[in-house]
Design a protein around this ligand. Structure first.
Ligand code: NDP
Length: 332
């Protein structure tokens, strides 16, 4: 079976591609430019015979995926702008996120399509109501939706606009399925911050993806940063969740919050415990004060139950994330 992965060169997508290849699937990687393909071949060298590429320079163009979806049985749709400081909310975030998602689904739904299941990489951003702030005592799960509208998001700050881009794209996908009743099933994966190792080592410390950047900022910070998203998932768990959502019939038509509690104090405690050589570099804050319950909680139990996700402990994820950053510091 061949699975199409859009945005296959990204941080999270690399792990999804690897998980699919290791499970024996063929992967058709849709990327924007040929510059991504050589690096991907290196990263996935042991499986290169199962990997093929399709270059889609403008993923927002009508029919952009018509060629890419041919003869694939599944799609992992991951290409989406992830920037927290956009210049223009609509142009940089909202329009591409929505248009690319609808374009992928339209191509997959076209007559004669072989696609039977689409897994959309959404986000906890699509669940979280940022307007409620820390919301102590509240627990978010799959039933919650970020209430932001397109009009509000167009003029919101960068992080809120990013969150809205994920919500509006996911909502558009569910509406598409409801209205067009295509032959394929849809599942969505909604992780908060995704941390963990970068496959194939980091190419640069200047252009880290947003979540790896958040941890690099933490280890270089003077004090513990305030909570932005109070949840995380290990990138390898997120990749496993995508594969299982595709394979398990029970996952059809469902969205999954994949994640556990996160705050920077607890992360700093974990890094200092696992990597003692960083104890004078990572801010100390008030060790142990992170889990005080003064922020909402995230409930990732449905993904554990239906998808069999076994959550990696924060301290292990932090160790692997930070070791990759330290290795890159030495090498680059
Ligand atoms: P990366 O920045 O590493 O990868 C993003 C991918 O999307 C790249 O392939 C990129 O292509 C592509 N992309 C970005 N903008 C566009 C665009 N306008 N048109 C077409 N392709 C585009 O991000 P992550 O791996 O961190 O994120 C991957 C997915 O996971 C995204 O959908 C993101 O929203 C979601 N997610 C990420 C989380 C995290 O903490 N990292 C948390 C929750 C969800 P190119 O390389 O050519 O720019």
């Amino acid at each position: 079976q061949t699975i199409l992965v859009t945005g296959a060169n990204g941080f999270v997508a690399s792990h999804v591609v690897r998980t699919l290849l290791a499970a024996g699937y063929n992967v058709r990687a849709a990327v924007r430019s040929t510059s991504s393909t050589e690096r991907m071949k290196e990263i996935h060298a042991p499986y290169v015979s199962q990997l093929s590429f399709i270059i889609v320079p403008d993923m927002t163009a009508p029919g952009a995926f018509d060629e890419a979806v041919k003869r694939v049985s599944g799609i992992m749709h991951m290409a989406s702008p992830f920037v927290l400081a956009p210049e223009n909310n609509e142009v940089d975030l909202l329009q591409p996120a929505i248009q690319i998602t609808l374009g992928v689904l339209a191509s997959a739904a076209a007559a004669g399509s072989t696609v039977r299941h689409v897994v959309l990489t959404s986000s906890f951003a699509s669940i979280l109501d940022m307007g409620q702030g820390y919301r102590p005592g509240y627990t978010y799960n799959e039933a919650d939706w970020n209430p932001m509208t397109y009009a509000e998001a167009a003029v919101a700050d960068g992080p809120m606009a990013y969150c809205a881009s994920k919500k509006l794209a996911e909502e558009a996908a569910w509406n598409f399925v409801k209205e067009k009743k295509p032959a394929f099933e849809l599942s969505t994966i909604c992780p908060p911050w995704i941390f963990g190792p970068t496959l194939g080592s980091l190419a640069s410390l200047e252009h880290l993806n947003e979540s790896t950047e958040a941890i690099y900022k933490l280890i270089n910070a003077k004090s513990i940063p305030p909570i932005d998203f109070a949840g995380f998932a290990d990138v390898r768990d997120v990749a496993a969740a995508h594969l299982r959502a595709y394979e398990k019939p029970e996952a059809a038509g469902k969205r999954f919050l994949v994640g556990n509690h996160f705050d920077y104090q607890t992360a700093a405690d974990a890094i200092r415990a696992k990597l003692p050589e960083l104890k004078d570099r990572v801010p100390e804050g008030t060790p142990g004060a992170g889990l005080k319950g003064d922020v909402y909680q995230v409930d990732g139990s449905e993904a554990a139950k239906v998808l069999g996700v076994e959550y990696t402990k924060l301290e292990d994820t932090m160790k692997d994330t930070v070791e990759g950053l330290l290795e890159a510091e030495k090498r680059l």
